[in-house]
Design a protein. Structure first.
Length: 93
């Protein structure tokens, strides 16, 4: 298994929550090899988001990361994409 780790800076929390629940989560959960995902953000001050999305293979995780990067390049100013990274899952509980 591999994790897709996505880091963002959130500029509009209300709009980001709408897009996350209405578009991002449904879209990524239908991606090939999707297993599970968690989307988080910090409390107070500037919101920094971090998501960890688990896929069955490195190939599927990288493909999803490429799609996220392409979508973010054309996204409105509500969120800034700070990083996309694929990591091997070495343990879970």
């Amino acid at each position: 298994m591999h994790a897709l780790v996505v880091r963002v800076t959130i500029h509009n929390a209300d709009r980001t929550r709408e897009v996350l629940n209405g578009q991002v989560v449904p879209g990524i959960s239908g991606a090939p090899g999707f297993k599970t995902g968690y989307w988080t953000w910090s409390s107070g001050g500037e919101l920094n988001g971090l998501s960890m999305i688990i896929f069955d293979s490195e190939e599927n995780a990288r493909a999803a990361g490429d799609r996220i990067s392409a979508i973010a390049a054309n996204a409105p100013d509500d969120v800034t994409l700070d990083g996309v990274e694929v990591r091997e899952v070495v343990a879970s509980a």
